[in-house]
Ligand binder design. Structure first.
Ligand code: ADP
Length: 636
C-alpha cells in the first residue's frame, strides 16, 4: 500500500521522469555499443581498402622495375645496375656483361688441333722400355715446335716425365713456361690452368708448403673470378682441389655464392633453350639463393638478365616506401623469396599479375594503426561517457527540483488547510456569541460583558493571524522593505512582553533586561513580530509549565534575546527544517496543536535581514530556548 500511495499524482510525474531518464541513458549505452561496432567495421574496411591499394601500387612498381631491367639488359650497351648480369649466348658460346662474371659455362670452345700421333714416340718411351730419359729428350725437342698447340702438349708431357723422374725443379720450370701459354686449350682445358695445377701437385710432392699454399690460393681466386671458360664439373673440381691445397691460406672470396648462383642460372637457361624463340621471367633458387631471370631468345641468340638478392631487396624497399607497406615475395610454389609480413595482408598471385612471384602486402605500422583506432575509440567513449554523465547529472538535479516542488506543493496545501482551520475556530465562536447577543438571549449584564470580552479576544486573534500572514510576505521579501531605526532593545523586549502578557491569561513571563540601554538598529514592528512569534510558540508548545523566561543580554557587539520554555522540546531531526516556510515539527503535528508553519520562517527572515542569527537549544520533553542574536549599534 505505501508503494501504491507513493505513485499517486503528482508523484507519477517523478516516476515517469525517472523512467525517461533511465531509458535515455540505456539508449545512449546501446548507441555507444552500436557506434563502437560500426567504427570497428569501418576501420577494418578502410584498412582492407588501403592494403588493396598498396598491393596494386606494389604490382605496378614491380612491373615498372622489371620492364626497366629488361630494357637495360636487352640493349647491348649502356651501364647495368649493380648485382645485375646480362648474358648473351648462341649455340656455341656464352658471354656475360660485365665480362668474365660467370664462373662456369654450359659449353666450352674446342681444343686446339694437333697433328695426329705427334706425341706417340715420346709416350712409347715414357711408358715403354726406353725409359724416362729418352722420353724427356723427345718431348724437349717437341717444345721447340712451330705450333703452339704442339708446344703446349709437349710441355705438359715433359713436365709430367720430369716429375716422374724425380727432377722436380725442372718440372716446375717446365710448368711455369706452359703457364704463360694462356690462349691454348689442351683436351678442352686451358693450358695455363693445367700448368698451374701441375705446379701445385709438384710443390705438394716436394712438401714446399708455403709456396704451394700461396700458388694454390692465387689459382683459387682466378677460378672464382671466372678467368677460364670451364663447364661446371671441372670448375667445381678445380676449385675444391685448390681450396684444399691453399689450406689455412685460403682467403674468403666475396660474392662467390652469388657468382655461382648466376652461373648456374645462366647454365639452366642455356640448357632450356632449344633453339626456338622464347621469352620469360622466373625466380630460380640456386645455391640456396633466389636469382631473378628475365630472358628473350630467337633461333640463334639468347639474351638474359640475371638479378640477385640485392636487386630484389632494392626494388622491394622501393615498393615498401612507395606503397607505404611491408612487402614479401614468394615464388610460384609458395616458397618465400624475400621479406616477411605479419598481420592482415593483401595477396597478389603471380598468375594474376604476370610477375614471376606472388606478392603479400601488409600495413607498414600495424601497431600504429591499432593505436590510432584505440585513441579514436577512447575519444568516442569519453564523449559518450560525458553525455551520459550530463544526462545523469541533469536528471539528478531535475529530480531533486521536482521533488522539492512537490514537497512545497504538499506543504502549501497543508498550510491552506491549517490557516482555514485557524480562522474557523474563532469565527465559529464569534458567530455564535454575536447571534446570541443579537437575539437578546443573554439577559445578565455580567454574562454579556464576558461575551463581549470573548468577542474582542477572538477578533484580536483573527487580526493577529491576518497580520502574521501579511507580514510573512514582507519578511520574505528581504531587508529592502524594512524600516530600520535606532532603538533600545530593552524597551522593545519589555513592551512586547507586556503586550503579550495581556493576551496570555494565567501565564507568567519572567523577563530579564540589563539596566543600561542596549542600542540596536532595527525595524521595530518586524523585530517585535519575531519576538511575539517566539513567545506565542513557547506558549503553544508548553502544555504543562505555564512560565516563559525572556532574557536580554549583551555579549561584545551583539545583543541576544533568549526565549525559554519548559515545553515539549524539539527533536534533533526537526531543528533545521522548522525554520523553512510551511514546515511543522513532527511532535507539533502529532500533539494536535494548531499552526501554519510560518512563525519561525518569519523569525528567520527578520533576523537575517537584521544581520543576525537565530540559535536553538532544545531537549525533547524538557523545553526549548530560541535565541535571537543581532548586532548592536556602535556609536562612533
Ligand atoms: P507553527 O504554526 O506550527 O507553530 P512555526 O513556524 O511557528 O509554526 O513553528 C514551526 C514548528 O516548530 C512548530 O510546528 C513546532 O513543531 C516547532 N516549535 C516552534 N517553537 C517551539 C517550541 N517553543 N517548543 C516546541 N516546538 C516548537
Amino acid at each position: 500500500m505505501p508503494l501504491l500511495h507513493w505513485f499517486r499524482p503528482p508523484r507519477y510525474l517523478l516516476t515517469l521522469y525517472l523512467a525517461g531518464a533511465v531509458t535515455g541513458v540505456l539508449c545512449l549505452a546501446w548507441l555507444a555499443g552500436r557506434l563502437l561496432d560500426q567504427e570497428q567495421a569501418v576501420e577494418s574496411q578502410r584498412e582492407r581498402a588501403q592494403l588493396e591499394v598498396a598491393a596494386d601500387r606494389a604490382v605496378a612498381v614491380f612491373q615498372r622495375s622489371l620492364n626497366e631491367l629488361e630494357r637495360q639488359a636487352f640493349s647491348t650497351d649502356g651501364p647495368l645496375p649493380p648485382d645485375i648480369l646480362a648474358i648473351v649466348a648462341d649455340r656455341l658460346s656464352i658471354r656475360s656483361r660485365p665480362a668474365g662474371r660467370v664462373v662456369f659455362v654450359p659449353i666450352v670452345p674446342p681444343s686446339s688441333a694437333l697433328p695426329p700421333g705427334i706425341f706417340a714416340a715420346g709416350e712409347q718411351a715414357e711408358f715403354g722400355k726406353a725409359g724416362l730419359a729418352s722420353a724427356i729428350d723427345i718431348y724437349r725437342a717437341l717444345t721447340r715446335a712451330q705450333s703452339r698447340a704442339v708446344r703446349a702438349g709437349a710441355l705438359v708431357r715433359l713436365g709430367r716425365t720430369l716429375r716422374k723422374a724425380g727432377r722436380h725443379p725442372e718440372a716446375l720450370d717446365t710448368y711455369a713456361e706452359l703457364a704463360r701459354m694462356e690462349d691454348v686449350r689442351i683436351d678442352g682445358r686451358p693450358a695455363d690452368l693445367i700448368a698451374r695445377e701441375a705446379r701445385c701437385t709438384v710443390l705438394e710432392e716436394t712438401a714446399q708448403r708455403a709456396l704451394l699454399e700461396r700458388e694454390a690460393n692465387d689459382l683459387r681466386r682466378d677460378l672464382a673470378s671466372g678467368r677460364w671458360t670451364l663447364t661446371r664439373a671441372p670448375w667445381e673440381f678445380a676449385y675444391s682441389e685448390t681450396s684444399a691445397w691453399a689450406g689455412s691460406a685460403a682467403t674468403p672470396i666475396n660474392g662467390l655464392d652469388a657468382a655461382i648462383a648466376f652461373a648456374a642460372a645462366a647454365d639452366a637457361l642455356w640448357q632450356q633453350w632449344d633453339g626456338r624463340p622464347t621469352s620469360g621471367q622466373a625466380v630460380m633458387r640456386l645455391a640456396d639463393r633466389p636469382v631473378l631471370a628475365v630472358w628473350k631468345a630467337d633461333a640463334v641468340r639468347m639474351v638474359a638478365a640475371l638479378a640477385g638478392l640485392e636487386y630484389l631487396e632494392t626494388i622491394c624497399g622501393q615498393v615498401s616506401i612507395d606503397a607505404n607497406a611491408q612487402v614479401a615475395l614468394a615464388d610460384r610454389d609458395g616458397q618465400p623469396i624475400l621479406g616477411r609480413v605479419s598481420g592482415r595482408q593483401a595477396i597478389r598471385a603471380a598468375a594474376d599479375t604476370g610477375l614471376p612471384w606472388a606478392i603479400a602486402v601488409a600495413a607498414d605500422h600495424p601497431d600504429r594503426a591499432v593505436a590510432d583506432a584505440l585513441v579514436r575509440r577512447r575519444l568516442l567513449l569519453a564523449g559518450l561517457g560525458l553525455v551520459g554523465a550530463l544526462i545523469v547529472g541533469s536528471s539528478y538535479f531535475t529530480f531533486r527540483g521536482i521533488r522539492r516542488e512537490l514537497a512545497i506543493a504538499r506543504l502549501q496545501s497543508e498550510f491552506v488547510s491549517a490557516v482555514s482551520h485557524e480562522f474557523r475556530t474563532p469565527l465559529t465562536s464569534m458567530r455564535q456569541l454575536s447571534h446570541m447577543l443579537l437575539a437578546g438571549r443573554v439577559i445578565s449584564d455580567d454574562r454579556r460583558g464576558q461575551y463581549y470580552a470573548v468577542l474582542v479576544r477572538e477578533s484580536e486573534r483573527l487580526h493577529r493571524l491576518v497580520e502574521k500572514l501579511l507580514s510573512f510576505g514582507r519578511a520574505e521579501s528581504g531587508a529592502g522593505r524594512y524600516r530600520f531605526e535606532p532603538l533600545d532593545a530593552g524597551d522593545l523586549v519589555r513592551s512586547v512582553t507586556t503586550e503579550f502578557h495581556g493576551h496570555a491569561d494565567g501565564w507568567s513571563l519572567e523577563t530579564t533586561t540589563p539596566s543600561t540601554p542596549c542600542p540596536v538598529r532595527a525595524d521595530r514592528e518586524m523585530l517585535a513580530l519575531a519576538l511575539w512569534n517566539l513567545l506565542d510558540n513557547a506558549m503553544k508548545y508548553s502544555p504543562d509549565c505555564r512560565t516563559i523566561w525572556i532574557e536580554l543580554s549583551v555579549g561584545g557587539t551583539r545583543a541576544s534575546i533568549a526565549v525559554r520554555d519548559q515545553g515539549i522540546g524539539i527533536p534533533p531531526a526537526d531543528r533545521q527544517r522548522i525554520f523553512r516556510k510551511f514546515e511543522r515539527g513532527t511532535q507539533a503535528a502529532e500533539s494536535g496543536v494548531q499552526g501554519t508553519g510560518i512563525g519561525l520562517a518569519i523569525v528567520h527572515h527578520v533576523i537575517h535581514a537584521h544581520g543576525g542569527e537565530v540559535r536553538l537549544e532544545s531537549e525533547v520533553g524538557r523545553g526549548s530556548t530560541f535565541t535571537i542574536v543581532i548586532p548592536m549599534e556602535t556609536t562612533a
